[in-house]
Design a protein around this ligand. Structure first.
Ligand SMILES: [Zn+2]
Ligand SMILES: [Zn+2]
Length: 150
């Protein structure tokens, strides 16, 4: 991004951008506006890739900007869609992923924003894999599997 193009010229309101970064700071992604959706995923692959007991993801519309070097890991979801996970080769943080053939949205790890005031999740997917001790906040819609992303 160059100086001066951070404001939308058709509007007086500058578009808010958020930046998520990896643990070491080498890799970052800047995303525009508010997330299209925020969700948590309890699937076993997300448990393994994050090392946590669930993943928290925020979906943002293009355009996004990546700074730094990322490595890719491809995984095929239950419904056959292929997802490309990007992680920092230095510290290993899983920062964001995209779906094959999908150019318009990116899913970013909520923890990468290091912002406790980040909007809360609206959906919980793969709830069939949720750890028994984990309680969902009020207002979250739980799906036993993945209604849209898998
Ligand atoms: Zn890193
Ligand atoms: Zn998952």
């Amino acid at each position: 991004m160059t100086a001066g193009d951070h404001a939308d010229k058709t509007s007086l309101e500058p578009v808010r951008r958020r930046v998520a970064q990896c643990q070491c700071g080498q890799l970052s992604i800047s995303v525009p506006g508010e997330p299209l959706g925020v969700g948590i995923c309890h699937c076993l692959a997300c448990q393994r890739r994050t090392g946590s007991v669930f993943a928290a993801l925020a979906v943002f519309a293009a355009p996004w900007e990546v700074v730094g070097e990322a490595r890719d890991f491809w995984r095929t979801g239950d419904a056959g869609a292929r997802f490309c996970f990007r992680f920092c080769p230095n510290c290993g943080t899983n920062l964001f992923h995209t779906e094959e053939g999908e150019q318009d949205t990116v899913s970013v790890a909520v923890g990468g924003f290091a912002d406790p005031d980040f909007p809360p999740p609206q959906v919980s997917v793969y709830d069939c894999r949720r750890h028994g001790w984990l309680r969902l906040p009020d207002g979250v819609t739980a799906y036993p599997r993945d209604p849209q992303w898998a």
